[in-house]
Design a protein around this ligand. Structure first.
Ligand SMILES: NC(=O)c1ccc[n+]([C@@H]2O[C@H](COP(=O)([O-])OP(=O)(O)OC[C@H]3O[C@@H](n4cnc5c(N)ncnc54)[C@H](OP(=O)(O)O)[C@@H]3O)[C@@H](O)[C@H]2O)c1
Length: 274
């Protein structure tokens, strides 16, 4: 039997499925016949996406509107996803936000929300779903979307980068904790990707930025391949793979200056509110 056939009918939760990488993952998982639990705030988008994929691939779906910047919303997502005895075998913690610019440029509330979405909700969803997956015992997959900023310290992305360092350290340690179980945990660490993230994070791309940008579709495809191969970590794009090696060879002081220089050549910023 083809591996895609084995996944047919599996239920998968994808947070941040209303745009970008999460939407692309939903489309690709739908094409494999997987049933989808689509999570984000923009319910209209989730409903439209789910209905389209249902029509195209005869899958089942449920749109779950949730604001993961609110404490305890993650628990409600888990309860809605697993209601009526539904067995979930895939969790993709993809929802994430960032703001780019000097630290004092943004309100502290924006940073607190970012930490809630990128760190707390991701950990909380992982906690509840690991329990659920252990109980049902079927082969299961958790994919946590970090960033190449999980490996690099990037000035002007200080809080965002720190949240993505959490995603890496948490995912890798959890994958080891669970290595004797049926549950794999994969860190998916993209570099610059065309999506709504650029605009929402206050980044204005300069011409040089486009040389290393990937599409959401390509990132989703490579990420899902790594996820279903039960890889510990997957970094889409060879330039990104090279970039994350630099801190192994150069002192932190040099790396900070280099990352700042690279980012300033590629990106300027404007203030965004979220
Ligand atoms: N694009 C890049 O260059 C890049 C690079 C490295 C890593 N990443 C990571 O990739 C992941 C996906 O980002 P993307 O590039 O696809 O950006 P995107 O198009 O902006 O997608 C972000 C998703 O997160 C959801 N989201 C945001 N705030 C939320 C909240 N409070 N509650 C629930 N859902 C929320 C959004 O949905 P709603 O607004 O409808 O809620 C949207 O579906 C993020 O974790 C990001 O950090 C992106």
């Amino acid at each position: 039997m083809q591996t895609n056939q084995l996944r047919k009918g599996m239920w998968a939760v994808i947070t941040g499925a209303s745009s970008g990488i999460g939407e692309s993952m939903a489309r690709q998982m739908g094409a494999q016949g997987m049933n989808l639990l689509l999570v984000a705030r923009r319910l209209d988008r989730l409903e439209a996406l789910g209905a389209e994929l249902k029509e195209q691939y005869q899958i089942e779906y449920q749109a779950i509107d949730a604001d993961l910047s609110l404490a305890h919303e993650a628990k409600q997502v888990f309860e809605r996803a697993t209601a009526q005895g539904r067995v979930v075998q895939v969790l993709i913690n993809n929802a994430g936000v960032g703001v780019y610019g000097p630290f004092q440029h943004y309100d502290v509330e924006q940073y607190l929300k970012m930490i809630q979405i990128n760190v707390t909700a991701l950990m909380e969803l992982s906690y509840h779903f690991v329990g659920h997956m252990r109980t049902h015992g079927k082969v299961s997959y958790i994919g946590n979307v970090g960033s190449i900023a999980s490996y690099l310290s990037v000035p002007y992305f200080s809080v965002y980068g720190a949240t993505k360092h959490f995603v890496k350290e948490f995912s890798e340690a959890l994958s080891y904790d669970l290595k004797k179980s049926n549950i794999s945990v994969t860190l998916i660490a993209p570099g610059g990707t065309y999506s709504e993230f650029t605009e929402r994070s206050g980044q204005i791309l300069k011409a040089s930025a486009h040389t290393n940008m990937m599409t959401s579709e390509a990132v989703a495809k490579i990420g899902l391949q790594g996820l279903f191969k039960r890889r510990r970590a997957i970094i889409p794009g060879w330039t990104n793979c090279v970039a994350v090696l630099f801190p192994r060879f150069f002192p932190a002081k040099w790396m900070l200056a280099l990352n700042h220089w690279v980012m300033q050549r590629a990106v300027s910023y404007k203030k965004v509110s979220s």
